[in-house]
Design a binder for this molecule. Structure first.
Ligand code: NAP
Ligand code: GCO
Length: 266
């Protein structure tokens, strides 16, 4: 077999959570281009409808659902609906996520819990819902969208870093518990990517200058730029395909080298 054939996803059903835009849409698009049928969900129906039109405009047949990934009953019902209307999920990408940037001592515990609920508990809920079908099929791929904050902290992101650190370990645990069923669970750890989630960090200042954090990240990243969602497309296809059947419990950092770099001397 030609090695490139192992990257194809023809006949596979891929569920990407939170793929209305941003990283999730780029990953869903990549998996579709590799041959997968796409299922995605969000919480905002207007965003879902807009995304459906965008996928259709690219010639991608996608199924869009409104489902809050923190609601286990709703997720179980969604997986049953997917299995009835589309088929058993082969690939799950736990992408849906939020961030709250609040100094820890000022963060209401409800806000902390909300971030952990969406960024850590929900990937558990979604993986738990699809693993039985993957076991029945004899194969499965789970990709958890981690973060640089699975490895590093910074001011104001205590909830997010705690969740993403936990998501790295959930990734390793799913690998450990279900590897014998030919299920591979890996993470993708994006660096700083230009999406709505990071838009506040790139907002132009009143005087037209670049945001100080924008300047900081560009200086800290060997690639000398922010990542684009498209930078995640190839890594996602790799981890969703047979090309990675012996890769398990790994977090692939797609960060332009920022985690490897101490930064330029001021
Ligand atoms: P984004 O632009 O804010 O998009 C978030 C997506 O998640 C939206 O489609 C949103 O749907 C969905 N979502 C939020 N809460 C949900 C819920 N409870 N149930 C279902 N869907 C929900 O985020 P992004 O920048 O693309 O990031 C995507 C993932 O990558 C996140 O896990 C994030 O933590 C991670 N990440 C991002 C970066 C970065 O620099 N951008 C770097 C590392 C990791 P609606 O439109 O319906 O609200
Ligand atoms: C932040 C950013 C980061 C990125 C990403 C980095 O406020 O520091 O939002 O957390 O989203 O997770 O990998």
């Amino acid at each position: 077999m030609n090695v490139l054939d192992t990257f194809r996803l023809d006949g596979k059903i891929a569920w990407v959570t939170g793929a209305n835009y941003g990283i999730g849409m780029a990953i869903a698009t990549a998996l579709a281009q590799a041959g997968a049928t796409i299922v995605f969900n969000g919480v905002n129906q207007e965003h879902i409808d807009t995304a459906l039109a965008q996928y259709k405009a690219q010639g991608i047949r996608a199924y869009g659902f409104r489902c809050d990934v923190t609601d286990e009953e709703a997720v179980r019902a969604l997986v049953a609906e997917i299995e009835e209307k589309v088929g058993v999920v082969d690939i799950l990408v736990n992408n849906a996520g939020i961030i709250r940037r609040i100094p820890m001592t000022e963060m209401p515990v409800d806000e902390f819990r909300k971030v952990v609920d969406i960024d850590l508990v929900a990937p558990f809920i979604c993986a738990k819902a699809v693993i039985p079908g993957m076991i029945r099929k004899g194969h499965g791929k789970i990709i958890n969208i981690c973060s640089m904050m699975s490895e590093l902290g910074r001011e104001t992101v205590s909830a997010y870093a705690s969740a993403k650190g936990g998501l790295k370990m959930l990734t390793r645990n799913i690998c450990s518990e279900f590897g014998e069923h030919n299920i591979q669970c890996n993470g993708i750890g994006p660096g700083y990517i230009a999406t709505p989630q990071t838009a506040p960090l790139r907002k132009r200042q009143a005087d037209g200058s670049r945001h100080p954090f924008d300047q900081f990240i560009v200086a800290k990243t060997p690639a000398g730029r922010w990542g684009d969602p498209e930078d995640l497309m190839g890594p996602a296809v790799f981890l969703a395909s047979d090309a990675s059947n012996f890769v398990n419990g790994h977090v692939l950092y797609v960060d332009g080298g920022i985690l490897a770099y101490i930064g330029k001397q001021p």
